[in-house]
Write a protein that binds this ligand. Structure first.
Ligand SMILES: *Cc1c(COP(=O)(O)O)cnc(C)c1O
Length: 405
C-alpha cells in the first residue's frame, strides 16, 4: 500500500535507516562513549535477531512464561451501550506482570544474555518498566539496577517493593526534582561507566538508535497476533485501530501489524486537564521538533526549548515526547493522533470495568475512551483497541481520588 509517497510493502526494510532515522526523526544524539556502546548493541541485535536459536527461545518464553498469545475479546456489552459499532480489545493486560512492557523486557534481557552481559540497567518513573525489567532479570539470572527519583520512590511504594522482591537494586536519585528526568541522567551515567558488563534497557520506543527499532520489533508480536486473530474471529480486518501513546511502545507494537492495510489508525495521547502547556502530555498533538534523551522527535518544550513539565492522570503516559517513528508516521499522516482528557478516561475506566469485567490500566483507559468516542461518530464497523495493561496498580489512586462510581 502506498501512503503519502511511502511504500508500505517494503516499509520495515527501509525504516529506520542504517543510522536509525525515520525520515528526519530518530538518530543518536549522545556522547562518543555511549555511541560506541549503542553501536555494540546494534551489531549484536542485527546478528542475534536473525538466529533461529534466539527467535526460538523468545517464542518459547512468550508461550511458557508470559502467557502469549494473548486473546482478543469482543466487548459486546460496551459496544451495545454505544450503538452499532463493534469494539474489540487485544488483551495485553493478560501478560504475566500485567502489561505489554514484558514483551520488550524479555527481549532486551535475552539479548543481554546472548551478549554475555551480567547486568541490566534502567530508569523508571512510575515503576512499571522497573518491575517488568526486574521480572526479566530474575528469569534470566541477571543483576538489575533500577534508578528511580526520591519523589517517585515515595509515590510508588508497591512497585518499589515488587522490584526488591524480584531481586533488583533500586537506586535512589536525589538530584534536582528527583523524578524521571534525573533518573534517566543517573542511569545513563552509570551505564557509560560500566557498559562492558551491562546493557541499558530503555522502556519504550524512545532513546537513541537502536532502541526505537528494537523495542518496536519486540512489541510487534502484538500486531502480528492481533491481525491473524481478528481475521479468524470476524473474517475481515478491523475498520479502525486505537492505542494509547506515552513513549509509544504498545501502540507501535499493534500498529506495526496493520500499517500496510486499509485500516484507520489512531494514537491517543493524554490531554490531562486541558490544552495549556503543563496540563497535559500530548506531545504529538501539541509539540514541535526537538532533541531530548538522545533522539530527535516531536516534543513539548518550555520557553527555553527544554523539555516542558507534563501532566497526566496516567503516570505511564506523562513523558514530554514520543518515539521518532510516531513523529514520522504523524507527519506523513499515516496515523492520526488525538488527545483524551482525564475525565473521559476515568469514565471509560469505570464503563469497561462494569460492562465487561475488565479493569484496565488508566493508560489503556485513554484508548478505550477514544474508541467509545469514535464509535459514536462511525455509526457502523469495528474498532480494535490495544488494552496495554491491567488496572491493579491503579486501585488505591482511583479509590482515593474518585471513589467508587
Ligand atoms: C508504560 C505503559 C504505557 C505507556 O507506554 P508506551 O510505551 O506508550 O506503550 C501504556 N500502558 C501501560 C499499561 C503502561 O504500563
Amino acid at each position: 500500500m502506498n501512503f503519502s509517497g511511502i511504500d508500505f510493502d517494503t516499509y520495515f526494510k527501509r525504516y529506520p535507516s542504517a543510522d536509525g532515522y525515520f525520515g528526519k526523526y530518530g538518530g543518536s544524539y549522545i556522547s562518543p562513549e555511549l555511541k560506541a556502546a549503542m553501536d555494540e548493541i546494534t551489531d549484536a541485535y542485527f546478528t542475534i535477531c536473525k538466529s533461529t536459536k534466539f527467535i526460538g527461545e523468545l517464542r518459547r518464553i512468550r508461550r511458557e512464561f508470559q502467557g502469549r498469545p494473548t486473546p482478543i475479546s469482543h466487548l459486546e456489552r460496551l459496544s451495545s451501550s454505544i450503538g452499532n459499532v463493534q469494539l474489540y480489545a487485544k488483551r495485553e493486560d493478560l501478560n504475566h506482570s500485567g502489561a505489554h512492557k514484558i514483551n520488550h523486557c524479555m527481549g532486551e534481557a535475552l539479548l543481554a544474555k546472548y551478549m554475555g552481559k551480567k547486568k541490566v540497567i534502567a530508569e523508571t518513573g512510575a515503576g512499571q518498566h522497573g518491575v517488568a525489567l526486574a521480572t526479566a532479570a530474575a528469569y534470566f539470572g541477571l543483576e538489575c539496577d533500577i534508578y528511580m527519583g526520591t519523589v517517585d520512590i515515595e509515590k510508588q511504594a508497591p512497585n518499589v517493593a515488587r522490584m526488591k522482591i524480584l531481586g533488583a537494586n533500586v537506586i535512589e536519585v536525589k538530584e534536582g526534582l528527583a523524578t524521571l528526568k534525573e533518573a534517566v541522567d543517573a542511569a545513563f551515567a552509570a551505564y557509560a561507566e560500566d557498559y562492558e558488563n551491562c546493557i541499558y534497557c530503555i522502556g519504550s520506543v524512545v532513546g537513541p538508535h537502536p532502541f526505537p527499532m528494537m523495542v518496536r520489533d519486540f512489541q510487534s508480536v502484538i500486531g502480528v497476533e492481533a491481525r491473524e486473530q481478528f481475521i479468524s474471529m470476524t473474517g475481515e480486518l478491523p475498520d479502525a485501530l486505537v492505542a494509547c501513546v506515552g513513549g509509544g511502545s504498545n501502540s507501535m507494537g499493534i500498529f506495526s501489524g496493520f500499517l500496510n492495510d486499509p485500516v484507520d489508525i489512531y494514537g491517543v495521547e493524554p490531554l490531562g486537564k486541558g490544552p495549556s502547556l503543563g496540563d497535559h502530555a500530548a506531545s504529538l498533538t501539541y509539540g514541535t521538533e526537538g532533541v531530548m534523551h538522545g533522539f530527535n522527535s516531536i516534543m513539548l518544550k518550555d520557553e527555553n526549548g527544554n523539555p516542558a513539565p507534563v501532566y497526566s492522570v496516567a503516570s505511564g503516559l506523562d513523558y514530554p515526547s514520543s518515539g521518532p517513528e510516531h513523529a514520522f508516521l504523524h507527519d506523513i499522516g499515516r496515523i492520526k493522533y488525538d488527545a483524551i482528557s482525564d475525565d473521559e478516561t476515568i469514565d471509560a475506566f469505570f464503563k469497561l470495568s462494569r460492562l465487561e469485567g475488565i479493569i484496565p490500566a488508566i493508560e489503556s483507559a485513554h484508548a478505550v475512551a477514544y474508541a467509545m468516542k469514535l464509535a459514536k461518530e462511525m455509526k457502523r464497523g469495528s474498532i480494535l483497541i490495544n488494552l496495554s495493561g491491567r488496572g491493579d496498580k491503579d486501585m488505591d489512586y482511583i479509590i482515593n481520588k474518585y471513589g467508587i462510581r
